[in-house]
Design a protein around this ligand. Structure first.
Ligand code: NAI
Length: 395
């Protein structure tokens, strides 16, 4: 038999990637991996164009990530006729302008979190997308966790009873060193809040799906490292620092802790920090209900700890549920239980949800409406911390 040509009738979907940093890599891997992981895909991504701020970044990004063309003008990428989906993986301050242009051009938009610098902007983006009839998604990738899928199922089916308390923490020490340079994440105009929007946004999205809307918050924010050196490199965590140059004043929070009141009466507590010395990268949640409780730690991604009050009295205690093919999308990756997935694999699940929603003409789980709802909570926490009082979250 001669070598056979592979042919495919799967329709193509033109992707424009705006930015070429860490998340550009993660989104592109997601698009590339969906068909291999799930064995089927509603669309085969066509990596049409990548935009970045300089020629060097755009060309190198397009080459290494496998895009057909590159540009230093994101507007060219957003309006290119063969582009159907615009992925926004730039610093936060650019999300709105790029999304609004993409929506105006009739493109579907997949944007990283936090959706915008303010809830008002996020709402505008959501409403514009609704009016234009385009689909949207925000990069809340921890929603995709098989453990979270299982936790959502347990809550939905009432296994934990009424949810009384939610605790969530996303803390890391990537910025504990005062010589980590002053990149966009430390600047209010380009990032908005600091740890709150960068890390807390993820936990708020988890709280929303596990408990429900947040009705009021009381926050405390701190900036422990007041000034940072000039960056020598490009954007992102990988940049070097010029230790001889004058330092920049840090303009947003290193750490924010807030109390949460949920609309259904549950209570909660959320912690976000980028200077959590010793907590290299830690994310965890705990749910306490009237009939049971659960705990999940992202580093133990293959395990969900579950406590059920109805267990026989001589066997009371937390059990460790090994996550496996019956939980969420785990089975797409492994046919047996207990194998840890990685964050980029969560992104693959997210992209699968995105492509499926586009194909099925439905709203994806975690769209701009959810991005806006999360931004309402972020704004309320920021105001609460500034004014040292409880703040009601507009519903
Ligand atoms: P990064 O700093 O690594 O990359 C940002 C990219 O945007 C760089 O390539 C930069 O040159 C480019 N850029 C800047 N100005 C531009 C312009 N005018 N036109 C086109 N490109 C431009 O940042 P990273 O870590 O990739 O973050 C990007 C977004 O993703 C942020 O909103 C961040 O909050 C979010 N993020 C989400 C994560 C998640 O787990 N979902 C994790 C890390 C970041």
């Amino acid at each position: 038999m001669t070598l056979q040509e592979v042919t495919s009738s799967v329709p193509e979907l033109g992707i424009a990637m705006i930015g070429s940093g860490l998340m550009a890599k993660s989104h592109t891997m997601g698009y590339r991996n969906v068909e291999s992981v799930y064995g089927t895909t509603p669309f085969r991504p066509r990596f049409t164009v990548l935009a970045d701020a300089s020629e060097d970044l755009a060309r190198r990004g397009a080459e290494s990530l496998g895009y057909e063309r590159w540009t230093v003008d994101w507007r060219e990428a957003v309006t290119a006729p063969e582009v159907e989906v615009v992925d926004i993986v730039t610093p936060n301050f650019l999300h709105k302008e790029i999304a609004m242009a993409a929506i105006a051009a009739g493109k579907h938009v997949y944007c990283e979190k936090p959706l915008a610098l303010s809830a008002a902007d996020a709402k505008e983006m959501y409403e514009a997308a609704e009016a234009a009839g385009v689909k949207t998604l925000v990069g809340f990738n921890y929603l995709r966790n098989p453990a979270i899928a299982e936790a959502r199922r347990l809550v939905r089916e009432g296994a934990l009873g009424d949810i009384w308390t939610f605790s969530g923490s996303f803390v890391l020490d990537a910025c504990s060193d005062p010589n980590v340079p002053f990149t966009w994440r430390f600047e209010r105009a380009r990032a908005g809040t600091g740890a709150l929007g960068d890390l807390g946004a993820h936990i708020i999205s988890l709280a929303h799906v596990l408990v429900g809307p947040i009705s009021a918050v009381s926050g405390l924010s701190r900036t422990f490292i007041k000034a940072r050196p000039e960056p020598t490199g490009v954007f992102g965590y990988g940049s070097g620092a010029d230790l001889g140059a004058p330092r920049h004043e840090v303009e947003n929070d290193d750490a924010t802790t807030f109390l949460v009141e949920f609309a259904n009466g549950a209570s909660g507590h959320i912690e976000a920090s980028r200077v959590a010395t010793g907590r290299t990268w830690h994310q965890s949640i705990e749910l306490i209900g009237s009939r049971g409780a659960l705990q999940f730690v992202q580093q133990d991604i293959h395990t969900l700890r579950l406590y059920l009050s109805g267990d026989p009295v001589d066997r009371k205690g937390y059990r460790e549920v090994e996550l496996g093919p019956s939980h969420g999308d785990y089975g797409a990756f492994w046919p047996f239980a207990g194998v840890p997935l990685g964050v980029h694999e969560l992104k693959t699940i997210e992209v699968h949800e995105w492509l499926s929603a586009l194909a099925e003409d439905r709203t994806p789980d975690g769209d701009f409406k959810e991005g806006w709802r999360v931004s309402e909570v972020l704004d309320a926490v920021e105001r609460s911390a500034a004014e040292r009082r409880w703040v009601v979250v507009p519903q």
